[in-house]
Design a binder for this molecule. Sequence first.
Ligand code: PEP
Ligand code: MN
Length: 338
Amino acid sequence: MIIVLKPRISRKEEAAVLSEIRKLGYKPHVMRGVERTVIGAIGDERTHHNLEALTAWPQVESVTPIQKRFKLVSREAHPTNSTVTVGDGIVIGGKKLQVMAGPCSVESEKQLLTTAHAVKKAGATILRGGAFKPRTSPYEFQGLGRKGLKLLAKARRETGLPVITELLSEDHAELVAEYSDILQIGTRNAQNFQLLIAAAKTGRAVLLKRGLAMRIEEWLLAGEYVLSNENPNLLFCERGIRTFENYTRNTLDLSAVPIIKRESHCPVVIDPSQGSGRADLVGSLCKGAVAMGADALLIEVHPNPAEAWSDGAQQLTLEGFARLMEELTPFVAAAGRE
Ligand code: PEP
Ligand code: MN
């Protein structure tokens, strides 16, 4: 921490600050300039008491933390990229770009199985599908719940694809974990810390969407809840943030990819579907994401988007998805991936 004192502070007032710093377990280093004094307080800011309360002291001008607040998710803690393995050896964060694809919501056996077989044929490696849906309005389709989970399990059995589905409530943690390989924590729950802890404790991989209005530091700290609860299998997923722009449903922040890569060792996933809300933009955003270094894509695909029970405007058709996978090939190779 760097503590800057106000100008013309007496030695007595300075000594009071130094004694408080020592009391809280830090070692003070005093730098006296012509006009003012700056104190460096040496110690682990995450384990020592917070010095921020000094801001309220009349002789103190500012208190600035210099250490990052996150620890286990940080690249300092783990300099090499970490990987998350799901299903039968599907490695996320390795050389191969993984593609998670499937409908926004699980609607019926036919809808899910048709989609699962088609996305697998086109090259997807993980199946997505929401059974519990976080809908803005309580009058909208809330998901098939347990029945949807059973359908996902059937699709997994038939195709061999590992499954990602959203966990909405702590009460469902064990249930959803039983039926899925990756638990998705949605944007609306990105800072629901008790839910993050419950998800971490199931031992399943956790995909943490960025909150609608979440700063990257807050997102990293939310991820810290997973790692600090003994679950190393964390994926960060950028899915667009809310801005003033309304050409798109959200503003997909692709700069999050290199930033997370710099700050953290955890794999990064891009969701261009929620990220734009527009099927016609999904392809371009996928290409951008691959170029930026994303480890995986999360794409909504539906056999008949015009009749989807949720997010119709942003879902790709089965043919559209197959075409996109073809189009992505040279971009994936150019990014040095498979
Ligand atoms: C989804 O993936 O369908 C979804 C609801 O995601 P988000 O939480 O990003 O809105
Ligand atoms: Mn959706």
